[in-house]
Ligand binder design. Sequence first.
Ligand SMILES: NC(=O)c1ccc[n+]([C@@H]2O[C@H](COP(=O)([O-])OP(=O)(O)OC[C@H]3O[C@@H](n4cnc5c(N)ncnc54)[C@H](OP(=O)(O)O)[C@@H]3O)[C@@H](O)[C@H]2O)c1
Length: 301
Amino acid sequence: MRAIRIDRFGSPEVLDLVEDRRPLPGPGEVLVRTVATGINPVDDKTREGAIGEGTPPLPLTLGWDLAGVVVDGGTSQLRAGDRVFAMSHQLDTARGTWADLVALPAEAVALAPRTVSLVEAATLPLPGLTALQTLDWLAVSAGERLLVAGAAGAVGGLALQIARARGVAVDALVSRDGQAAFVREHGAGLVSTDPAAFGGRRYDAVFDTFGAFVTEAVADGGRYASIATQAGPVPDLSARGVRTTVHQVREDGAGLAELARLVDEGALRPRVHATYGLHRIGEAHERFREGGLTGKIVVTF
Ligand SMILES: NC(=O)c1ccc[n+]([C@@H]2O[C@H](COP(=O)([O-])OP(=O)(O)OC[C@H]3O[C@@H](n4cnc5c(N)ncnc54)[C@H](OP(=O)(O)O)[C@@H]3O)[C@@H](O)[C@H]2O)c1
């Protein structure tokens, strides 16, 4: 089977399309044939060597996300032929999804949304689980006010939509005026490129996707979650009674099932910027690095 591996760190040129051994699913695992996968910032950082400590030893198959078809459901409820999607915590397990066949714990896999293609489903696992798990930590409920910093990005765009589906009032900090239409269309109220527009400590919760640290936005007694690990911890706001965290995503089949439900109910819309065949993986990475995207870069098998 084919896999995308690196045996050294560097530019997209280090990405190699290789022949690899077919994985043998262990107890409790499911074997999936990959149809599509997405490129996430962590893949780019891993390839470059920017993760540092915590990167599994080389050579390494990259990739966190997949959408595909079950080949062997093992002892799980899943059956051969089921359409599924999954997130593999590739840095923890060295189990990359950029391969024709991937064996994963059944608990990390869920039935894909019925109403979208597997290409669209492949945009969801890592960004969607990050959005869902962080919103759950923030515990924002209907009628509360949430600020999403980076609301037009992959994680931010899904967080905005999930929060709106939960009846939360969402404002949006974006990087460019061109992103305003997208976030307004998905129900954002106040939209600005200026962090100062969100002062006054009036938000019950802040979801920070890029290390904006807009701490003057959060109300006393509120919650502030960042996912920007590389930006370091959120400043200590305990004197104001604000709880803070830097959330780390985890494998979560139940979370994926929740994302699938939201998609099928029309509350969550996947976004594909462009699709590349596996043999164009280098080009796909170059496009990802250029930025200015309106959705995910998807790679098809
Ligand atoms: N901790 C975890 O478990 C976890 C999980 C997933 C992701 N992450 C991290 O979270 C970050 C976001 O991931 P993602 O997939 O959502 O990336 P993304 O799609 O690139 O989204 C980031 C968004 O933030 C915007 N942004 C960046 N700098 C900004 C600024 N100064 N002002 C306003 N907006 C700004 C970007 O705008 P432009 O497009 O204009 O740059 C983009 O819309 C990445 O660093 C990723 O590694 C962490």
